[in-house]
Design a protein around this ligand. Structure first.
Ligand SMILES: NC(=O)CC[C@H](N)C(=O)O
Length: 192
């Protein structure tokens, strides 16, 4: 299993460290030629979705990455990565738009911009969740499975090969979310 981490901006290094802890091979995608190297799964990290969206387009990574995801490449989008995957962004433009969700950016206001919570995640039990100027999901399409909520708001979901979290699993020691994603990716690799 080889995981590619989009490394244009934001918290990509932390994802690399998390993958190291899982003893999973990984490399960074910074430019178009990096996409030539084979990989089995992709991580879109947290950061600033507007900046990442612009860089994806400027560096001509946008279309090839969108095509890979639409063709079934397992992808984990955390925070800004979630926003990049959403097909609807309230009061803004969507980016890759491969996932049938509508998101609200910076959704908790300035005061509550960053906070921690502990909530049930699918069948994994209670997961510690770190939110940093996080979005939440306001609407999901019929093929989207809701995996976690905090304060009644959707903060994790899955649609087939796409897994998104509004929080940052890479910033805690708890490895259950990344293990869930790696299993999802291993299942997809088996089916190929
Ligand atoms: N920690 C994050 O990734 C924050 C997301 C950021 N507020 C955005 O809108 O892109």
């Amino acid at each position: 299993m080889v995981v590619a981490v989009l490394a244009l901006q934001g918290a990509f290094a932390e994802h690399g460290q998390m993958l190291d802890r899982q003893k999973t091979e990984h490399f960074e995608i910074r430019q178009k030629k990096d996409l030539k190297r084979p990989f089995d799964a992709l991580i879109l990290p947290g950061g600033e979705s507007t900046v990442m969206g612009k860089l994806l387009r400027d560096l001509e990574l946008f279309e090839p990455i969108r095509e890979k995801i639409n063709a079934g490449m397992p992808v984990l989008g955390t925070c800004a990565g979630l926003i990049l995957l959403a097909n609807e962004v309230e009061e803004g433009n969507s980016h890759l738009g491969t996932m049938d969700i509508c998101v609200r950016r910076n959704a908790y206001g300035r005061q509550l911009g960053s906070f921690c919570a502990e909530e049930e995640f699918g069948t994994l039990g209670k997961i510690p969740m770190v939110f940093i100027r996080a979005p939440y999901i306001v609407k999901t399409g019929s093929h989207v499975e809701i995996l976690a909520k905090t304060g009644g708001r959707i903060v994790a979901a899955r649609q087939g090969n796409q897994l998104v979290t509004a929080f940052h699993p890479e910033l805690t020691e708890d490895d259950r979310v990344i293990r869930y994603f790696l299993q999802m990716a291993a299942g997809a690799a088996e089916r190929r």
